[in-house]
Design a protein around this ligand. Sequence first.
Ligand code: TXA
Ligand code: MG
Length: 323
Amino acid sequence: MSGKNVTEVVQANASGVVRAAKVLSEGGLVAVPTETVYGLAARADSDAAVARIYEAKGRPSFNPLIVHVRDAGHAQDYVEWSEAANAAAERFWPGPLTMVLPRRPGAPMADAVTAGLPTLAVRVPAHPVMQKLLEAVDFPIAAPSANVSGFISPTTVAHVMVSLDGRIDMVLDGGPTSAGLESSIFALEADGAWEELRPGPLDRAALDAEVAEPRRSRSNPAVRAPGQLASHYAPGKPVRLDASPRVAGEVAQDEFFIGFGSVGGDCTLSASGDLKEAAARLYDCLHQGAASDKPRIAVAPVPMEGVGRAINDRLRRAATPPD
Ligand code: TXA
Ligand code: MG
């Protein structure tokens, strides 16, 4: 399938899922909707298929992938299971929780998926299309976000096509994604505590309250997500944060303004100040800013509460220029 330069957009109905399953089983690449962002899927047990993900995204080989499985039972085929993992899975799967757990020796998994780490990131997605796809195949699915490495993540098919048209075999169109931000990533440490590697739709406070002891230290995690680079989600032009147009003269005419709450703009994350809505709209506003003829982007302040932590994490990286 390599060398093919037409990307087919297929409705995510029953026959679309069957076709996507066939492309994946033959080692192809399919962009698929999840409840967080669109993922770029390949069969995780094939070295050649996984290599195509890295090639299509231009992703550095040190950055491991998340593996998606049907349910917690299947996760146990690939990672060392424990009471802590089970408690989190029972409460938050399917859903936007990725767990980094010790890799199970001998489990059939392409080496490039883990980029040489002794751990594996696993997730059971909640999106019905992704669930049907996982039921239709007999292998786990590796899927990073379906964008060129370092660029804005995709929450619609149009966003996927901006980055990957002609570089992948198929896109399954399931409409806009609901959560809008990548899954929360938590690593289970040797002492049984959860370390937050990437904030996301699942609030750290919810995990602490429901399944885990609060972390002793968050400042110096033993485990890191190698892909959490300072510059990421970048729209290709300067981004200025915490901008307020109510301060006279502060928002320049050449800025594409992304508003929040009472602070309006060229695009608004949430006019009512709803953080979940803001998370769902963030990448679309950044895509609009990237496509606009204005040379710079400015973003209103977003509160650091709940999913606002994850929104601010993404904005900070979008505002950091690439090396
Ligand atoms: O919501 C999501 O998680 C989406 C959808 C498609 O599932 N996927 C996604 O994948 O965001 P990606 O590749 O854009 O981000 C995966 C992150 C990277 O920062 C990577 O470094 C980290 O997960 N990661 C993967 N395996 C890891 C491991 N074994 N240890 C630590 N971090 C890991
Ligand atoms: Mg990504």
